[in-house]
Design a binder for this molecule. Structure first.
Ligand SMILES: O=C1C[C@@](O)(C(=O)O)C[C@@H](O)[C@@H]1O
Length: 226
């Protein structure tokens, strides 16, 4: 997973979704924090799609339990699996150890790091978004921002910040969560966003406003973002 072009990720807590995802997705985002026994599921995985492993912190919308170290240890164990080609680590964790140590250990194994930040309340002002994306791209192979749009101006700020970051040479992934931001999931790839997330089953969305995978794949392809 090089993230040189769009990676369409089937977001799921259940790796048995992989065969259904295969016709549309480039990867599976495995939401370990939402799975009952994620490391056992990885041991059993025999799908074709590479995995982006995420063990999301509750402060950023996830359900991982335990201490920060325990949460990141699970991610580190995941990164040792052959199928795991990338891990998602929150920017706030990457600024210090143990997150920074995890990232360099993963990179030594050839595993890419997505440095992420999430805002479930709103969209920061565009200049702040620019700074956050620059910091995230600096700490990861891809810098990712998922924020919440409550009006079209928020969605526009996300697209504009995506364009600015890409024009600067940063590899970023962006999406505006929520109804007002939904279209950004289809359009942001045209401005340079390198990851799209969608559930196979629309009833199993991992974030507000997601399209189902088949729909997102069609929209992105029709728009020429892939
Ligand atoms: O961070 C992200 C992006 C996301 O929140 C979205 O809005 O599609 C979905 C999550 O599964 C993923 O980890």
């Amino acid at each position: 997973m090089e993230f040189d072009s769009l990676v369409l990720a089937a977001a799921t807590a259940d790796l048995s979704d992989e065969p259904a995802a295969r016709p549309h997705a480039d990867a599976v985002e495995f939401r370990m924090d939402l799975a009952a026994d994620p490391l056992a599921a990885l041991d059993d995985y025999d799908g074709d799609l590479p995995i982006l492993a995420t063990n999301r912190d509750p402060t950023e919308g996830g359900e991982a339990e335990g201490t920060e170290r325990e949460r990141l240890d699970v991610l580190e164990a995941a990164s040792a699996h052959d199928a795991v080609e990338a891990i998602d680590v929150e920017l706030s964790s990457l600024r210090d150890s143990p997150g920074a140590t995890l990232a360099s250990a993963a990179r030594d194994r050839g595993v890419r790091v997505v440095a992420s930040l999430h805002d479930f309340e709103g969209t920061p002002p565009e200049s702040r978004l620019d700074d956050l994306l620059a910091a995230a791209a600096d700490h990861g192979d891809v810098g990712k921002a998922a924020v919440t749009a409550t009006d079209p101006g928020d969605a526009l700020a996300v697209l504009s910040a995506t364009h600015t970051a890409t024009a600067r040479g940063d590899r970023v992934a962006t999406m505006a969560m929520g109804e007002a931001g939904r279209h950004t999931r289809a359009v942001a790839p045209l401005y340079g966003s390198k990851i799209g997330y969608a559930p196979v089953d629309p009833g199993e969305a991992t974030a507000p406003g997601q399209y189902d995978l088949a729909t997102l794949a069609t929209l992105v392809e029709r728009l020429g973002g892939r």
